[in-house]
Design a protein around this ligand. Structure first.
Ligand code: FES
Ligand code: FES
Length: 372
């Protein structure tokens, strides 16, 4: 059992939970907050959506232990919220619910859209809501209700959903060499707005800048260091490739093209592209910018990643779960790059990034740290 302290609907809660307890079960069974519904329990339907540290997330695939210190807001915590009041009335007047099973998650996602984006068009509402499934109403009434509430709203003046996440926890089983080695600490900042998520990360690498720059300019080497990435063709400017991710029952393989450019004098680079997952029809657009800095005899790589996912997997892209995953991915990338620079190939690099295993490993690592 693990002791956790978190805030739920403004009330500090201390509890003891099993490592495997999901946040949704904790909310429903320990706190009797049954407004959080469980549908698929696989992260697909969105019925269990709650706010975790200001962003809507699936509580059925978030471990309660990992939410230690988090600020959670469930549908019960919006009783006196004026925007939620407007949405409730609009859902009723636009016939946006029948059985109501999807409604708590639908309302929480809708409030996030209205407060984050302001007056949005119907297409954007459909895009933003496509991670919430309704089995009985159909979506016309739901979209009309959100549209009616959003029409006189302005987007958040500051990025409401911004958050700074702690340096990624150590992830076991990363293929690393003894020397040179990525220093363990890396800082990351995450923010999201207008459907884009942005992450900045500073990755220290104990290898000379010349060696790191040579490696950074070779997209095939970069792909070899990134779990799940594969380069199919590269003509010096345009790369065609694929990124494969498995998240529990969800499998996605984004294939697409990216433009690659470097500034030798400034030692910066930009990879900008888009891709599509044939299975789900989800699309991703992204930009990866990096700048190499000298850090004494070692190096530091400042990385900025901007990405936007549209389609059924869109909701996953904004949650802290995925943003933490991107942070861990950057750590794995840094370790693999350091190993590569030390002459050790990243031998155990999987063909597919198993996000769930990665997060589980992270949880176990975090729990060990708590006990220590
Ligand atoms: S119950 Fe969590 S996404 Fe379906
Ligand atoms: S109203 Fe019944 S599932 Fe949406």
């Amino acid at each position: 059992m693990n002791a956790i302290t978190l805030t739920v609907n403004g009330t500090p809660i201390s509890a003891s939970v099993e490592p495997r307890t999901h946040l949704a079960d904790f909310l429903r069974e320990h706190l009797s907050l049954t407004g959080t519904h469980l549908g698929c329990e696989q992260g697909v339907c969105g019925a269990c959506t709650v706010m975790i540290d200001g962003t809507p997330q699936r509580s059925c695939i978030a471990f309660a232990a990992v939410c230690d210190g988090a600020d959670i807001r469930t549908i019960e915590g919006f009783d006196d919220d004026p925007v939620m009041g407007e949405l409730r009335e609009a859902f009723s007047s636009h016939h946006a619910l029948q059985c109501g099973f999807c409604t708590p998650g639908m309302l929480i996602s809708s409030r996030d859209i209205v407060t984050r984006l302001g007056a949005v068009d119907e297409r954007t509402i459909r895009e933003e809501l496509n991670g919430n499934l309704c089995r009985c109403t159909g979506y016309v009434g739901i979209v009309n209700a959100v549209h009616a509430v959003a029409k006189d709203k302005t987007p958040a003046t500051r990025q409401e959903a911004s958050a700074t996440i702690a340096a990624p926890m150590a992830v076991p089983a990363a293929p690393v060499a003894e020397k040179p080695r990525a220093a363990p600490a890396a800082s990351a900042a995450v923010s999201s707005g207008q459907g884009w998520s942005e992450m900045s990360q500073s990755v220290p690498i104990t290898a000379p800048p010349e060696a790191v720059w040579t490696a950074l300019k070779d997209v095939r080497v970069l792909a070899e260091c990134l779990p799940g990435a594969e380069i199919e063709a590269f003509d010096g400017r345009t790369a065609r490739g694929r990124m494969s991710v498995k998240f529990g029952p969800i499998k996605a393989s984004f294939g697409g093209e990216a433009e690659v450019s470097f500034d030798e004098a400034a030692r910066t680079g930009l990879i900008s592209g888009s891709g599509r997952d044939g299975g789900s029809g989800s699309q991703v657009k992204g930009e990866l910018g990096f700048a190499l800095k000298e850090d004494g005899s070692a190096s530091r790589v400042d990385v900025t990643l901007r990405y936007r996912v549209a389609g059924p997997l869109a909701q996953f892209s904004r949650g802290a779960l995925v943003q933490n995953l991107v942070g861990h991915l950057a750590s794995l990338f840094a370790d693999n790059l350091a190993a590569r620079l030390g002459g050790t190939p990243a031998a155990t690099r999987p063909k597919e990034l198993n996000a769930f295993r990665l997060l589980l490993a992270t949880l176990m690592s975090w729990l060990k740290g708590q006990r220590g």
